[in-house]
Every structure is written in structure tokens, then in C-alpha cells.
Design a binder for this molecule. Sequence first.
Ligand code: ACO
Ligand code: OAA
Length: 373
Amino acid sequence: MTDAQEIKKGLAGVVVDHTAVSKVNPETNSLLYRGYPVQELAASCSFEQVAYLLWNGELPSDAELEAFERAERSQRALDPAVKRVIDELPLTAHPMDVVRTAVSVIGALDPSWDDSSEEGTLGKAVHLLAALPAIVAYDQRRRRGQELVEPDESLGYSANFLRMTFGDVPSDVVVKAFDVSMILYAEHSFNASTFTARVVTSTLSDLYSAVVAGIGALKGPLHGGANEAVMHVFDEIGTASAAEAWLDEALASKRKIMGFGHRVYKNGDSRVPTMKASLDTLVAEYDRPDLLDLYVALDEAMQSRKGIKPNLDYPSGPAYHLMGFDTEMFTPLFVASRIVGWTAHIREQLASNALIRPLSAYNGVDERHVPSA
Ligand SMILES: CC(=O)SCCNC(=O)CCNC(=O)[C@H](O)C(C)(C)COP(=O)(O)OP(=O)(O)OC[C@H]1O[C@@H](n2cnc3c(N)ncnc32)[C@H](O)[C@@H]1OP(=O)(O)O
Ligand SMILES: O=C([O-])CC(=O)C(=O)O
């Protein structure tokens, strides 16, 4: 195992296990959740239905959906102990650190934190799904000097999330665009954060520890942190007319352009057309053609210079901006959605576990010995 040829840097192209949760197919540019094309789910289902599907393998019947929604809606309130911890955190902490800490606190407060039964892990997954919007919404509000907004059990997941963040339920267009983003972000096979969660689970550690580790992996700008980074790029460029010159300079200084490229998709991310269509509805809703012009100008320049296609973070960054989220809240929104995929994979890993422990090829100094005294 010393031949460099055998090393798959970054595990690129390595198939490490089976999964029945989702299928990413770069040849057909498609993404299936439990067999269903994600575009069809985004068009016809709510995020709650998709979460149920990813966890249970089938779309819910009306009665199953009602029971699931009841469980989710009843667990939305921010736990006072979690709120107290968040209040202690300085505003210099990144919102991803706040979410990571809050999930850690929820785990520490759960007396059955080590219940790894199918029922136990599903219950914890539903609880985290229900609790995360309050954490993210409250963190944005406290940064703006605003009070907590209590959840409204009469509203669906996305309408309630937006109301807890902004104080009011926005138009149907905005709620639908947000719901679509939650559906598209929910699951993507063995991406870095999901794989991280599976590695932690493979040691038979608990679900909360695996989720906290997943949040840490998602934070990085090569993964989920890119949706926030896209908005910083837009702010840096300013207007569409400046996009080409900005890109040439960025590429000349060897910068990675955030929101472009993907480890698996090389001909475009299957989710981008659906999210771009939602972005178009938001651009019309908020009358911001200038933002769309910038989006198109940078994409066209990137295609002409590098031919590297945008990934989901490219349209979702400006979409979240138009909805009114502060830029540093974008990746926590990704957490609120991906909690579904992470926990589906944690449960799948537990059901068929093998400790994940690859090998490495040693290239340090040859064996040597401590000089005798
Ligand atoms: C939801 C998600 O997590 S999607 C991913 C979000 N991340 C980003 O948008 C960050 C920007 N993109 C990237 O850094 C990369 O495309 C990654 C990390 C996503 C995928 O990387 P990899 O599969 O390892 O591809 P790799 O980095 O080998 O790229 C291949 C070539 O394309 C170039 N390239 C890939 N993406 C980009 C980019 N965004 N900007 C500039 N060049 C790029 C690389 O520099 C490399 O060029 P080289 O062969 O001349 O060295
Ligand atoms: O699959 C990946 O490597 C990254 C990604 O798009 C995701 O996690 O949604």
C-alpha cells in the first residue's frame, strides 16, 4: 500500500457502501429520493411529505401526513435552556457555530440520547427537524436586536419558519420558493457532511454527535458554506457589467468561484433548473432584475472561461437574499433541510453497520530509534 497510484485522493470515485435513500446520477443529470425525481417532489409535495418519504421510504397517506405534521408542529418551540445558551454566545460566533452548539445542547438535554432503536432515532430526527427553524430564526432575530417569535401551529413548516424569522408570513410565492429550496437541499447521497455523519455513526456513537459532526463538515465553503459565499461574491462584483472583469481577475489569482463545480455532476447539478425557476419567481416578486442580470452575467462568463456549471448553492444564495435572510444565515438554512438526509443516513448506517476505517499510505521518515542515553 505504498504505491501512489492506489490512492484515491478525496475518495474521488470510490464507492464505499450501498444506500437506498437517494440516487445521484450524473449521466442522466438526475436525482431520485427513494425513487422519485426531485423535480416532481418539488412541484407536487410539501417539505414535510418529502421528509416523511426520506425517513420512511414511502410518501405518507393523508392520515400518516396528519400524524407526522402534528408531531412536527408540537415540537417547534425553542427550548428555554437552548435559548439561554444561544443568548450567551457572542455575535462574533458564526450562525453555523450557534446551530452546532444548539444541537449539542439538545442532545445533552435528551435523557435517552443513546437510544439507537429505529423508533428512537426517528423520534430524535423529527424533533431536530421541528426544533431547527426556531434556532435559526431566533439567531437571525437576536443579531438584529429583535425578540423571539413564537411558533404558529396552524402553519405549515415553511410558512412558520419564515414567520418566526420575519414576524409575518410572506406571499405564497415566497413560501413556495422556500419550501422548494428545503426539498432540494434535503438529501444528496454520500456528500461530505452525510459521509461524516455516517463515519461517526459507524463507531456506534449517538445521533446527536453524528449530526453535530455533519454540521461542522457542512460549514466549509467547498460544501454548504458555498451558498453564503456566493452572496459575498455577488456583493463583491456589484453589477452585471463588472462580472467578466471580476471573474478574469479571480481566475488569474487562482480563486475557486463559489457556487460552481461539483464532485459528482460534471455537466450541471440536477437541482439547479428547479431552484433557478424559483429564483425567477422571487426576482419578479421583489422586482430585482438587476440581481438576475448579475446571476446570468457571472454564469455566462464562467461558461465561456471554464465551462464549469453552477451547483445548487448558486441560485439558492440570491434566493435566500431576496427572501430577506442575512447572508451568514444561508448555511444554517441548509442544515435545517439536510437534517432529514443526515438522519436518514444515520438510521441506514445503524441498520447495516460496519466501522468506517480506511487505510493510508505512510510517507513519513523511515523507522529510526531514540538515541540511547
Ligand atoms: C451543495 C454543495 O455542497 S455543492 C458544492 C459547493 N461548493 C462550491 O461551490 C465551491 C466551489 N467549487 C469547488 O471548489 C469544486 O468544484 C468542488 C470542491 C465543489 C468540487 O471539486 P472537485 O471534484 O475536487 O474538483 P476539482 O477541484 O478537482 O476541480 C477540477 C478542476 O476544475 C477547477 N474548478 C472546479 N471548481 C471550480 C470553481 N468553482 N472555480 C474555479 N475552478 C474550479 C479546479 O481548479 C480544477 O482545475 P485543474 O484541473 O486545472 O486543477
Ligand atoms: O453531493 C455533494 O458532494 C454536495 C452536494 O451537492 C450536496 O451535499 O447537496
